[in-house]
Write a protein that binds this ligand. Structure first.
Ligand SMILES: [Fe+2]
Length: 155
């Protein structure tokens, strides 16, 4: 990275793209019943849990504090998505650990569907609101905290 990022859209959009590429690799491994699937899921899980924890603990509270009731409500719906994503990661981990190929295929496709809808909502919603509501210096601090904690293996 050259200049420090100050756009939430750019920093978090990049992470969506990285995690999306990892998910595609995982989908291929699951459909081939490859033994690599468990390690790929572990990498995806670490990256996604960091991404969601930063949003839940850092970004969303900052936007909620400055935003209107409408912004707070759309964030609540993103928080519910995060719960569903965590549950799905957990169920997929259980299915892969048990070698349950019948369950793991539909679960990984469901994960992709949830994540695509969720990422779209964030990129067209809260990230833009964060850029609008949070001043530049504070945004840069928030993004630095995100980058500092990001598992680099998910790159
Ligand atoms: Fe999110």
């Amino acid at each position: 990275m050259n200049a420090p990022m100050n756009s939430v859209d750019d920093a978090l959009g990049d992470d969506h793209a990285r995690l999306g590429a990892l998910l595609e690799e995982l989908i291929r491994a699951v459909s081939a019943a490859s033994p690599a699937a468990q390690a790929l899921l572990a990498r995806l899980t670490r990256g996604l849990l960091h991404h969601m924890a930063w949003e839940d603990q850092v970004l969303f509270p900052a936007v909620k504090a400055l935003g209107s009731a409408k912004e707070r409500r759309s964030i609540e719906s993103l928080e519910i998505d995060h719960e569903r994503l965590r549950e799905t990661l957990q169920r997929l981990e259980t299915a892969l650990a048990a070698g349950n190929h019948v369950a793991s295929g539909p679960l990984v496709n469901w994960l992709k569907m949830l994540l695509q809808g969720h990422n779209y909502d964030e990129e067209h919603g809260v990230y833009g609101e964060a850029n609008r509501l949070i001043n530049e210096e504070e945004r840069r601090n928030l993004i630095e905290r995100f980058e500092a904690g990001r598992p680099k293996e998910a790159s």
